[in-house]
Design a binder for this molecule. Structure first.
Ligand SMILES: [Zn+2]
Length: 152
Protein backbone atom coordinates (compact mmCIF):
# COMPACT_ATOMS: atom_id res chain seq x y z
CA UNK A 1 0.00 0.00 0.00
CA UNK A 2 1.52 3.28 -1.09
CA UNK A 3 -0.08 6.12 0.83
CA UNK A 4 0.55 9.63 -0.40
CA UNK A 5 1.04 12.37 2.14
CA UNK A 6 0.48 15.91 0.92
CA UNK A 7 3.14 18.47 1.69
CA UNK A 8 0.69 20.44 3.81
CA UNK A 9 -0.17 17.45 5.99
CA UNK A 10 3.48 16.43 6.16
CA UNK A 11 4.36 19.87 7.51
CA UNK A 12 1.62 19.54 10.13
CA UNK A 13 3.06 16.16 11.10
CA UNK A 14 6.54 17.61 11.45
CA UNK A 15 5.21 20.51 13.53
CA UNK A 16 3.68 17.98 15.89
CA UNK A 17 6.85 15.91 16.14
CA UNK A 18 5.80 13.00 13.93
CA UNK A 19 7.88 11.24 11.36
CA UNK A 20 6.31 10.20 8.10
CA UNK A 21 7.66 6.65 8.61
CA UNK A 22 5.98 6.45 12.02
CA UNK A 23 2.55 7.15 10.52
CA UNK A 24 3.16 4.79 7.61
CA UNK A 25 4.08 2.05 10.07
CA UNK A 26 0.82 2.54 11.99
CA UNK A 27 -1.07 2.18 8.71
CA UNK A 28 0.98 -0.85 7.62
CA UNK A 29 0.29 -2.57 10.96
CA UNK A 30 -3.42 -1.86 10.68
CA UNK A 31 -3.51 -3.18 7.13
CA UNK A 32 -1.70 -6.42 8.00
CA UNK A 33 -3.58 -7.10 11.25
CA UNK A 34 -6.95 -5.80 10.10
CA UNK A 35 -7.24 -3.92 13.36
CA UNK A 36 -8.74 -0.65 12.19
CA UNK A 37 -12.05 1.08 11.67
CA UNK A 38 -13.45 1.25 8.17
CA UNK A 39 -16.20 3.59 7.04
CA UNK A 40 -19.41 1.63 6.51
CA UNK A 41 -20.08 3.85 3.53
CA UNK A 42 -16.84 4.48 1.65
CA UNK A 43 -13.19 3.51 1.74
CA UNK A 44 -11.84 5.65 4.57
CA UNK A 45 -9.99 3.86 7.38
CA UNK A 46 -8.82 4.84 10.86
CA UNK A 47 -5.70 3.11 12.17
CA UNK A 48 -4.56 3.33 15.76
CA UNK A 49 -1.03 3.17 17.11
CA UNK A 50 1.45 4.96 19.29
CA UNK A 51 2.71 4.40 22.79
CA UNK A 52 1.15 4.03 26.22
CA UNK A 53 1.06 7.75 26.94
CA UNK A 54 0.10 8.87 23.45
CA UNK A 55 -2.41 7.24 21.14
CA UNK A 56 -2.00 8.19 17.49
CA UNK A 57 -4.75 7.81 14.89
CA UNK A 58 -4.23 7.96 11.15
CA UNK A 59 -7.21 8.58 8.87
CA UNK A 60 -6.60 7.48 5.30
CA UNK A 61 -8.06 6.40 2.01
CA UNK A 62 -6.43 3.63 -0.06
CA UNK A 63 -4.29 6.29 -1.77
CA UNK A 64 -3.83 9.17 0.62
CA UNK A 65 -3.30 10.11 4.26
CA UNK A 66 -6.14 12.44 5.25
CA UNK A 67 -5.57 13.31 8.89
CA UNK A 68 -3.59 12.43 11.99
CA UNK A 69 -4.75 13.11 15.54
CA UNK A 70 -3.76 12.03 19.02
CA UNK A 71 -4.80 11.88 22.64
CA UNK A 72 -2.79 11.35 25.81
CA UNK A 73 -5.61 9.90 27.87
CA UNK A 74 -5.60 6.13 28.29
CA UNK A 75 -8.82 4.28 27.60
CA UNK A 76 -9.50 1.82 30.41
CA UNK A 77 -12.61 0.16 29.02
CA UNK A 78 -16.33 0.55 28.67
CA UNK A 79 -18.00 2.76 31.26
CA UNK A 80 -20.12 0.49 33.42
CA UNK A 81 -18.36 -2.71 32.30
CA UNK A 82 -18.58 -4.96 29.27
CA UNK A 83 -21.57 -5.07 26.95
CA UNK A 84 -24.01 -7.87 27.64
CA UNK A 85 -25.82 -7.41 24.39
CA UNK A 86 -25.13 -5.33 21.35
CA UNK A 87 -27.51 -2.42 20.95
CA UNK A 88 -27.41 -1.06 17.42
CA UNK A 89 -29.13 2.15 18.51
CA UNK A 90 -25.59 3.29 19.17
CA UNK A 91 -24.29 2.28 15.74
CA UNK A 92 -21.61 4.59 14.38
CA UNK A 93 -20.62 5.25 10.78
CA UNK A 94 -17.67 2.89 11.28
CA UNK A 95 -17.15 -0.85 11.28
CA UNK A 96 -14.36 -2.94 12.75
CA UNK A 97 -12.29 -4.20 9.81
CA UNK A 98 -11.10 -7.22 11.75
CA UNK A 99 -14.44 -8.85 12.60
CA UNK A 100 -16.84 -6.81 10.46
CA UNK A 101 -18.94 -5.74 13.43
CA UNK A 102 -20.44 -2.24 13.44
CA UNK A 103 -18.56 0.03 15.84
CA UNK A 104 -20.80 1.47 18.55
CA UNK A 105 -20.78 4.94 20.04
CA UNK A 106 -20.41 4.16 23.72
CA UNK A 107 -18.90 5.89 26.71
CA UNK A 108 -15.49 4.63 27.73
CA UNK A 109 -13.52 5.43 30.87
CA UNK A 110 -10.54 7.60 30.08
CA UNK A 111 -7.78 8.31 32.55
CA UNK A 112 -5.10 10.98 32.62
CA UNK A 113 -2.95 12.29 35.46
CA UNK A 114 -4.93 10.34 38.02
CA UNK A 115 -8.33 11.56 36.88
CA UNK A 116 -10.77 9.11 35.29
CA UNK A 117 -13.88 10.26 33.46
CA UNK A 118 -16.26 8.76 30.92
CA UNK A 119 -16.11 10.09 27.38
CA UNK A 120 -17.54 9.12 23.99
CA UNK A 121 -15.63 6.34 22.25
CA UNK A 122 -16.03 4.13 19.20
CA UNK A 123 -16.13 0.54 20.35
CA UNK A 124 -15.94 -2.79 18.57
CA UNK A 125 -18.15 -4.88 20.86
CA UNK A 126 -16.64 -8.16 19.61
CA UNK A 127 -12.92 -7.34 19.75
CA UNK A 128 -13.25 -4.94 22.71
CA UNK A 129 -11.20 -2.40 20.80
CA UNK A 130 -11.63 1.27 21.57
CA UNK A 131 -11.15 4.22 19.28
CA UNK A 132 -11.75 7.94 19.54
CA UNK A 133 -13.04 10.17 16.73
CA UNK A 134 -11.13 13.28 15.66
CA UNK A 135 -13.83 15.54 17.11
CA UNK A 136 -13.63 13.87 20.52
CA UNK A 137 -9.81 13.97 20.39
CA UNK A 138 -10.03 17.78 20.14
CA UNK A 139 -12.17 17.88 23.27
CA UNK A 140 -9.75 15.55 25.05
CA UNK A 141 -6.86 17.84 24.18
CA UNK A 142 -8.58 20.68 26.03
CA UNK A 143 -9.32 18.42 29.01
CA UNK A 144 -5.71 17.22 29.06
CA UNK A 145 -4.42 20.80 29.05
CA UNK A 146 -6.69 21.71 32.00
CA UNK A 147 -5.43 18.72 34.00
CA UNK A 148 -1.81 19.57 33.16
CA UNK A 149 -2.37 23.14 34.30
CA UNK A 150 -3.87 22.00 37.60
CA UNK A 151 -0.86 19.78 38.22
CA UNK A 152 1.67 22.47 37.38
ZN1 LIG B 1 -13.98 -6.23 15.89
Amino acid sequence: MDIKITEELNNTLKDNGFKEEEIKEIIANAESSGQKLKARDGDISIAKGGAENLTVYAVYSPSELLDVYTHKMSILGLTGGELNEIDYDDASEWACAKCGEIALERNVDMTYMGVTRPGPGLVCPKCNEYYVSDGVAKTLKTAEAILEEKRA
